[in-house]
Every structure is written in C-alpha cells, then in structure tokens.
Design a protein around this ligand. Sequence first.
Ligand code: ADP
Ligand code: MG
Length: 616
Amino acid sequence: MAGKPKTRPFRAETRQLLNILIHSLYSEREVFLRELISNASDALTRMNYEMLTNRDVNNPDAELAIWITADESARTLAVRDSGIGMTADELAENLGTIAHSGARAFLQAVEEGQGKLADIIGQFGVGFYSAFMVAESIRVTSRSYRKDAAAAVWTSSGEDTFTIEPSDAEERGTTVEIKLKEDAVEFAQLHRLRAIIRRHSNYVPFPIYLGADKEQVNQQTALWRKQTREITQEQADEFYRELTLDFGKPIAHLHLNIDAPVQLYALLYIPSSAERNMFALRKEDGLKLYARKVLIQEYCKDLLPEYLRFVQGVVDSEDIPLNVSRETVQASRAMPQLRRVVTGKVLDLLKDLAANRTDDYTKFWEGFKRYIKEGVATDRENTDTLSPLLRYHSLNHPEELISLDRYIEEMKPGQAKIYYILGEDQRSALRSPHLDIYRKQGVDVLMMTDPLDSFVLLTLTRYKDHALVSASAEKPALDAAAGESDSAKPTEDESTTVDLLDRFKLRLGEKVADVRLTDRLLDSPARLVDEEGAPQPEVQRVYRMLKQEFTAPKKVLEINPNHDLLKRLLKVDRTDPLSDMVVDQVYEDALLIEGLHPDPAAMIDRIQKILLSALK
Ligand code: ADP
Ligand code: MG
C-alpha cells in the first residue's frame, strides 16, 4: 500500500448514499457535524479502552479530546481527534464502504419512500458520508495508535472515487478536513459551530475544543449522570431551560439513577405550562434518548405512554447497546423495561405532588388535566394510580378542587355512591334542577363540565367500591329504604294534577317522550330526564361529540306540582294564550339548563309577551 497514490471506486451502495446526501435537504445539513463528532468520540472511547491494558502506543500522553477549527475565508473546517486512528487499509475499508447498519437502513427507507427525506434523515445516523452534504471535497488524515502503522490520507470529492496516499502526519488520531461548498460557508463560522455542537453533541464525554483559542464548548459531564443530591434546583432548572428554551420554571423535576431492573439515568420535567411557546426548542413530543451519553433519538416517543407526552427530559441507559443504530432502538430489549420504569416514576412524582405539594399540584392540574383524563380513559392498567389524581369542583365545594378520596371521606352516613352531574360549564351545572334534592340533603355532587369527563366516566364506573352515578338519573340514596320512595306521588289533589299534566302533554306533544309529576324538585318547576333504558348521559355526550348528526333521544319532562309557578298556572284559563306560553317557557327553560336548547334567542319574543301580560 505504501508509495504512490491509489485511486479506488466507492462501493455501489456507498455511491447511492452519497448521491442522496449530496442532493439532500438543505435544512438538515448541520447533522453532519454530529456524525463527525460521534465518530471522533467513538475513536476516543476505543483508545481509552485500549490504554487500559496497552501503553505501547503512538503518543501515549496525548489528551483525549476533539478539536474543531475553521477558516471562513478559506471555506475550510477541520475536526481532529486523538482517538484510535486508522491505517491506510482501514481508511479504505471504513470510508469506502457502508460499514454500518444506520446508513443501510436509511437507504432502504429512502428507497421504500417511507416519508419525506427531511423526516428520515434526522432519524438515522447516516455517518461519515453526511459530510458531503456540505463538502466540495474531504480529506481524512489518520495515524493509527499502532506503533508500526504509517499515517495515510484519504481524499475524495464525493464523486465516484476516493484516493489513498501516504502521509507524514505524526500525531495519533484522525483529522477530517472539509473544503466547504460555496453555499455552506456558515459551517466555518464559530458561532454557528458552537450552536450546533451544543445542540447535538453537548454531552459527548470528551472535551470538544473550538477555534484557535481552544474554547471548550460541550458540557461533557452529563448533569443527569450525577448523584441526585449533587444536582441543585438551579442546575436542574437551567438544564430545563437549555433543553426547551422555555423560560418558565418547570412545575417539578425528577432525577433517576437506577440500576435494576434496567440501568438508567434520567432527568425529567413537568413543564411550566401545557402550551409550547413559539420559541420552544422541542418541536415534537418525546424524550431525548441517550445510550451511554451518545444521543440516539431526539424525540423518543416509546419511553412513556402517549398521555404522558407533556413530560420533557432526557433518558440515558447503559443497557442500550452502543452499536444500536438509531432505527433499531425501539426493538432493543431494554426499551420495554425503560418504559415501565420511567412511566412508573413519573406517575409516582404526580402522586407525590398531589399528596404533598397541593399548590404545585393545583397548578399542574389546571394545565395538564386533559392528559390525566386521557390517561384514565385509555390506560386501564394504571387506572388505580391515575384516578386518585382527578380533581373536581363540586356542589359543596364550588370554589375548591376535590379528589375522589376527599369526596368519599365527606360522604353522608349511609351514602354508598359517588354522584356527578354533567354540564356545559360549572355555573349552569350548579343551577341544574337535578341538584335541588342533593342541595337539600347536603349530599355532594361532582361537577363534570369538561367534555373529556364523559370519556373518563366510560372507564371509571367505580372508585374504591363506590359506583359513580349521574345525579340526574338517581336520587341520593342515603340508605336502602330511602331509595324506595321514588314513586311517591306528591300530596296534591288529583283533579288539579291531571289538569296540569294535560296542559303540558297537549301543548308539547311530540317534543317530549312523556310528562310526569315528580317530588324530586324543590326550587325548580320542571326538569328533563332520560327515559328508562336510555343511554347514560355521558354516553350520549360522547356520541354527540363523535358524530355530529347524533340526535338525542326524546326526554321526559318532570314537573313539580308544588312549585308556585305551576300552582298559579292552574289559575289561568286553559284557553288563555298565556297558559300555552308558560308551558312552552317552562319546557324551554329546562332545555336551556340541560344545554340542549337549539336557539335560546328565539325565546325572547315569548318572554316579552309574558312580561307584557305581567305588567297589565
Ligand atoms: P459508523 O460510525 O456508524 O460506524 P460512519 O460512516 O460514521 O459509520 O463511519 C464509518 C467507520 O469509519 C467507523 O465505523 C470507523 O471505523 C471509521 N471512522 C470514522 N471516523 C473515524 C475517526 N475519527 N477515527 C477512527 N475511525 C473512524
Ligand atoms: Mg459514525
């Protein structure tokens, strides 16, 4: 091999990759630097390992580091490392063929047309060749750590061939020199390089020195790899800021340093708010996944169930093999274990907040309740952990948020069920006639006014042995006997109640399924209830949300013959137009309060007529 330059063709596959990369997408080009740094870091890791047993190498005392220099006017960039180096044969072998599975999988994904190039390129480690996205030509000078090996230099302009010739370089390691394309001169600017290094390679375990003054740019010691007690609140917050560019303080953070059943370090955050601000660095959901400090996936969505997607942070595991390519990481055996541990710990954190840091939990709940509700509705395995996290306003606590546990603690003697009422918003729910009797008996009712609550109720039919039931469907049963009095007729004289029912039935006709008397109401003249056997209100609501043209089954109008309004109605002659107007208005008021009125403004005309006759 020694002697004169030798020009060789790239392997066909390699050429194909080069072509794709060279013509690849502009905005993704900066990842080439991550690839070069990761190669340098790998070479240093191997050198480190070699020196554990062998000091008889070239430059045994050289600092293990990476140096990056650039010259904007010459349009050059160089990445040097003092790693294991390559012999001439190794240069030809390693840089002439696609050695690694990442690039091969990348090619395959491109061929199969799996998504846009921009999407896939970021997911794969496309390796050394990605430098041709920015390079006119590349020159790799290397000297192996082996004392008997001579230095060599590899050059190529990314066309069909590369050349190898001897070099007189003396220092151990590899220097990748890039002559930048005209439109890639930004990669010779130190501030640009600094930003790219921080973004993609901040936690490479060897120092990365930038520029002639050898400024160390990377953090090197990953914060998450420290002992929990060594990490101050300030450092944790600062790391969050760097990671997300969210300047709000995270609601809580969690540091994990675990050995079994799977090794992992993690630094996880509940963000300050559920909305991503417009400068947010994190463009997608998912945690940053490192394997032994090397970034494997920027947005790993496999570490948490979907409903915990708001969690931000970093997971780093020694149990993900280093040679795992970025696309096979999902299939790695460690992943399901990592997911179980990370999910469990995040849920523990929430539980702890809920129990011990009420103010923080309230803040969390305001911002993130939809995720917890989504969890209750979807993650049946964790229902017992998630449902205690639910919080609601209630009839007895309209200003406060209470948990289901608190509800149970405050149950009336003999009360076995948990009552809730669905509604569009809390104000109208509180006015609901269904609550009359609960109010009178002091029985609490949870206000479920969020559309997601309907989904929660589909899963959560019981909580700790107490059935959850709709206050509109049942009356508060404080003991077995109390439930029986349902059919008791109000103490009214027969003929007048018949008259009353008649007026409503005749006037409303097909609009209602039936009209009947009730003793459930106190302050309200009427209410609408479902017919026996109709779907539960929350089920109807879900239907309504999922399919637009769902028509609610007709309701039964229950009227309260003891209410002054209806007593007075009987004093108005049936033929008086006022009688029908009152009937219509009572019915439409009931519709309104159920959130079922199709056109409330249409009532105004009638209301004015009623007012007019009141003023006569
Ligand atoms: P990968 O890093 O996934 O193996 P690359 O295309 O990035 O694929 O690199 C190909 C090979 O070239 C590496 O496996 C390594 O053997 C060799 N190589 C690249 N850069 C260096 C370097 N700085 N020092 C030593 N070897 C290197
Ligand atoms: Mg590589």
